[in-house]
Structure formats: C-alpha cells, structure tokens
Design a protein around this ligand. Sequence first.
Ligand code: NAP
Length: 249
Amino acid sequence: MTVSESIADAFGGRPVWLVGATGTLGQAMARLLSQRGAILALSGRRAAELEQLAAGLPGRAIAVPVDLLDEASVNDAARSIKHRLGAAGSLVVSVSISAFGEFLELPEASFAAAMDTKYLGALRAMRAVLPDMIAQRYGRIVTLSGGSGSRPRPVHLPGGAANAALELLSRGAAMRYARDGIRVNVVAPGPIASPRMQAIVAASDAAGQGDGDRPAGQPLDVAEAVCYLLSERSNFVNGTVLKVDGGTH
Ligand SMILES: NC(=O)c1ccc[n+]([C@@H]2O[C@H](COP(=O)([O-])OP(=O)(O)OC[C@H]3O[C@@H](n4cnc5c(N)ncnc54)[C@H](OP(=O)(O)O)[C@@H]3O)[C@@H](O)[C@H]2O)c1
C-alpha cells in the first residue's frame, strides 16, 4: 500500500465528526486527525472559531456548529454532515462545562448542567450517528471523560459524576453494538496543560484541597490516544477506558 492510499483509507475513508473541536484538546485532535488523513466535520457552538480551525488544517474539514443541549440541533448537524461529506464513520465527543466549587455551595443546576452537556450530550450525538453506523456495519466512537470519573475530586463533583455516567454509557454501547462492527471507547485524561486544568487546580487550591504539583500531559498525548482508538490499529479494543494520566491517578 502506498502512503497516499493508506491516507485515503484512513478512518475507513469515512468522515470523522469531532464535537468539542474548539476546545484545547479538541484542537489538538483536529490537527492530528487531519495530518493522519481524516476527513473532518468540526463541531462546537462557536461557528467563527470552527471556520478558522477548519481553514488552518492540512486536510478536508468543514465547520458544523451544534449545541449538544438541543437534540434537534444534534440531529440537524448529523444530517448536514451526511449531506455534505457522507455519513460519519467516527464520532469523538470531547466537551465539558466548567462547574467547580464546594459541594454545599454549588447550585443543583451545576450538577444538572454537567449531566446535560457531557452525559446526555454524548448520548444525543451517539444516537444521531448510530443508525447509519449500524447500516454500514462500521462505527468508531470515542468519548472523553476524565480521571475525576473514577477518583473523585471534591471540587469537581458535577463533572466527575458526568464522567462516571459517560464511561458506563460508552461501555454499555460498546457491548450492545460490538456485533454491528461498531467500537466505543473512552479516553480519560488526567491533568493536561490547558486552561481547563488551571481552573480545576485553582478551585482545588482555593478550597484547601490542592494535591501539589503533579506532572501534566500535553494535548497531543490525548490526541494520540483518540487517534489510536479510531484507527484500525485498535481493531480488537472495545469498551475500554484508556487513561492518559501519566500514572498520577
Ligand atoms: N484539559 C484537561 O486537563 C482535561 C482533563 C481531564 C478531562 N478532560 C476532558 O477532555 C475533554 C476536553 O477538554 P478541554 O480541555 O479541551 O475542554 P475545553 O477547552 O473547555 O473545551 C470544551 C469544548 O466543549 C464544547 N462545548 C461545551 N458545551 C457545548 C455544547 N453545549 N454543545 C457543543 N459543544 C460544547 C466547547 O465548544 P464551544 O464553546 O464552541 O461550544 C469546547 O469545544 C472534556 O471532556 C474534559 O472534561 C480534560
């Protein structure tokens, strides 16, 4: 196989839908996936940032704004991708909201919002692409959780609980659809150099719950794990939670 053939065949030759592409980790994923030959549909709520990101990538990429809180918006985005690029063969959901603070001080709405964005948002995106994946007998789904889904961080309980729920949902979907040629895996980053991690560390320190300096990974470390799980190199890896945390959890 020549290099150009292998790039054309990358990710099954099917579009990769990356939700959360405007985030720190999402941008690193977009760049790496594009370098590895992916045809990308980039999503998040910020249309101008998506357009700018798409324009700077080496491969084909389109901007598809979406709000994961809105089922109709998610289904519209999946339809738009199918119309413009063909049905998504891969889906990556890398979204978060910031709700950090003391357990008794955080409003209940923070817990609900984390679940709505991260858990139900991923559920909505998965349900929007699964019928075509089942029909094509090809699907690769990667969701992003985080170390706080298995090791509680007291200032990060809304997001941590959503991470735990998301991991269970992803593993369950992996079991359900394995026979349909679909793999669903989770990447659970530990601390990664990013504004998000700075915010979590600041909230932990303010609450007297800092855990000292821990080595932080780079966004590219996470992007490599996502790329691997979408590729054929992970052909028999399904329903796993891959920690990318440098052993700090
Ligand atoms: N950074 C870390 O150290 C770290 C550690 C552990 C786990 N993680 C996890 O890794 C993932 C990515 O982290 P990150 O640092 O890249 O986060 P980030 O920079 O805060 O990016 C968050 C992304 O979520 C998108 N988003 C939020 N609400 C949305 C909605 N309703 N609809 C569509 N998109 C929405 C944002 O896009 P728009 O603003 O354009 O809508 C943005 O692209 C998250 O799941 C996070 O919990 C990160």
